[in-house]
Design a protein around this ligand. Structure first.
Ligand SMILES: Cc1cc2nc3c(=O)[nH]c(=O)nc-3n(C[C@H](O)[C@H](O)[C@H](O)COP(=O)(O)OP(=O)(O)OC[C@H]3O[C@@H](n4cnc5c(N)ncnc54)[C@H](O)[C@@H]3O)c2cc1C
Length: 535
């Protein structure tokens, strides 16, 4: 970690961490997350909090200049949710800083008043991570979209946090490089959001998640200091605080500059689409390909219902009668790709593929991907409402888990369309329901939760890439013991002793989901010690 103003930058050796400390602050009043109810807070409110926010708004306007602080309730509503629209909270106020120093100043002002703050990039998150706080400040990075440096010789670029993911690739492309993390939202999501969520994409089977493509991050800590975690080289001595920060869902500070690793564009890319009678055969092909030592850049699977939705939405023209399709993409040196491509075809045929199409050019490759990339939105064509679930299982149990999901669906009458990154076992079941029909939403929630239980029981995880946010906080105790959660809270409090940085996210609370009733009696020991939050 390097402090600014010392002449040190991301290329310098990191300093020690005097700010990393455990809180002694046990007097902080509890914070509330006023989700799912009408909001009457904000600057205009006549409450104590309203008055406090009005003062803060004036202070922030002085710090940031004109048109950088939003207090008007209608305009605040623009920011009331992220991509998970069922949770909505109108922020107390919104700040639109243009520099790291301005973010630091905003955070310092919040810290001085014990006002909570939440970072927001493009607001595409699918777990409510950027859900605002009704008595807090939403710090939006959309005015920080400068690509500060593209340095192909050192395989890196330095960007501001609001830079759109795909824009990094566009800047690096002329040099023959690109930014590998490729969430399907890459045309709109920010690199800061990618870092906070440790986002992945179709190609993370071969290339890994965001964490594998970030060398350093400049961070505003929750007390408003600017520090560097990591740097511009691949490894720095000491504890891996950069690794801790990546994927921390905006709870440990705000990223204000990011040193990303660039990846050499591959010499050759080949893509095939294989149609199978069902998911069992497609799953067997995936296992055979990986067992053969082939690591495709991507292996994506869609089941019959997901294909039906994609056909209805974008007429992708996948083979008729397919119970499942696989899209397999290989990239790398041309000779290697030719060799492994033959192996992939062989395994698909042996597993029962009844049709294999090979993309002849970039256009055809894009057509193969069109159905897959449209799948989430396409489900709207066959169901008025749906839940996008995100769970992980070991790849080898894919057929078993899919069978169990089918049984669950048949037993409850709740339809589930399956789209997933098959290569790394990251499922995205789309649980369909009609809000207008009594009981359907509840049944869909239950099936969705049961799918996560299945993932855990097979040794998997409750999230692959969309994060925990508010959406899955209540599932955390299903995966982690009380001791595990306590330890995570201690870590969080070491960064954020006052508990003002994106409070109410990631960790379960009884109020949100009735988690482990009766397991703890009285005040939680960590809360009593001022080391954990409860609201
Ligand atoms: C259609 C669609 C497809 C998607 N596909 C994928 C996919 O394939 N893979 C995938 O992983 N995700 C996917 N997502 C989810 C989402 O796009 C990613 O999580 C993305 O990284 C979020 O970026 P954002 O800028 O929108 O972040 P936001 O939604 O604004 O914020 C997300 C979290 O990051 C925090 N945050 C934002 N900026 C900062 C910062 N500068 N410093 C610290 N914390 C910050 C917020 O507080 C919040 O907790 C998809 C979403 C949609 C809507």
């Amino acid at each position: 970690m390097v402090r600014p103003g010392t002449g040190a930058g991301p290329g310098s050796q990191p300093h020690i961490l005097p700010w990393l400390r455990v809180s002694q602050d046990s007097d902080r009043p509890p914070l509330s997350l006023e989700s799912e109810k009408d909001q009457t807070g904000g600057v205009g409110a006549t409450t104590y909090q309203g008055a406090k926010l009005a003062l803060l708004a004036a202070e922030l306007s002085a710090l940031l200049g004109p048109n950088a602080v939003i207090t008007d309730r209608q305009r605040l509503r623009t920011y009331e949710c992220d991509g998970l629209a069922q949770h909505r909270v109108v922020p107390g106020l919104v700040a639109l800083p243009e520099s790291a120093e301005q973010i630091a100043a905003v955070v310092r002002a919040c810290a001085a008043q014990s006002v909570p703050f939440v970072a927001r990039g493009s607001g595409t998150g699918l777990s409510g991570g950027a859900l605002p706080h009704t008595e807090g400040v939403l710090i939006v990075t959309s005015r920080m979209r400068r690509i500060l440096e593209v340095d192909p010789a050192n395989e890196r670029a330095i960007v501001e946090p609001g830079v759109i993911n795909l824009d990094v690739t566009k800047a690096a492309e002329p040099y023959g490089w690109y930014f590998a993390p490729d969430p399907s939202s890459q045309q709109v999501c920010s690199v800061g959001g990618n870092v906070a969520e440790n986002s992945g994409g179709a190609h993370c089977l071969k290339y890994g998640f965001t964490t594998h493509h970030v060398l350093g991050v400049e961070v505003v800590t929750p007390d408003g200091e600017l520090v560097w975690l990591g740097g511009t080289t691949r490894d720095v001595p000491g504890y891996d605080l950069l690794g801790t920060f990546i994927g921390s869902e905006g709870t440990l500070g705000i990223a204000t500059k990011i040193v990303v690793r660039l990846t050499r564009a591959p010499e050759s890319v080949r893509c095939l689409l294989a149609a199978f009678p069902g998911v069992d055969e497609a799953g067997a092909a995936v296992s055979a390909i990986i067992a053969d030592g082939v690591t495709p850049a991507a292996i994506e699977m869609m089941d019959a219902l997901a294909i039906e939705a994609a056909e209805a939405a974008v007429a992708c023209g996948y083979p008729e009668g397919a119970g499942a399709v696989l899209i397999v993409e290989l990239d790398g040196p041309a000779a290697e790709v030719e060799h492994t491509f033959a192996a992939v075809r062989r395994h698909c045929t042996a597993a029962g593929a009844f049709e294999i199409r090979v993309a002849r050019d970039a256009d055809e490759r894009a057509r193969f991907w069109k159905g897959r990339k449209s799948a989430f939105a396409a489900v709207g064509r066959i169901s008025p409402d749906y839940i996008v679930q995100d769970g992980v299982i070991p790849r080898t149990v894919l057929p078993d888990v899919l069978r169990r999901i089918t049984e669950l669906s048949a037993g409850t009458g709740v339809r589930v369309a399956n789209v997933f990154h098959a290569g790394d076992g990251n499922l995205h079941p789309l649980v369909l329901f009609d809000e207008a029909k009594p009981g359907e939403a509840q049944a869909a929630e239950e099936v969705s939760g049961a799918i996560l239980d299945l993932c855990i029981s097979y040794g998997g995880s409750i999230t692959g890439e969309h994060g925990v946010g508010v959406d899955k906080a209540c599932h955390m105790p299903r995966m982690f013991s009380t001791d595990d959660l306590d330890t995570m809270q201690r870590l969080r409090r070491a960064f954020d002793p006052a508990g003002i940085c994106n409070p109410g996210k990631v960790f379960p609370t009884p109020r949100l989901c009735g988690e482990v009733p009766g397991k703890r009696k009285g005040v939680h020991p960590l809360q009593a010690a001022g080391l954990a939050e409860q609201f």
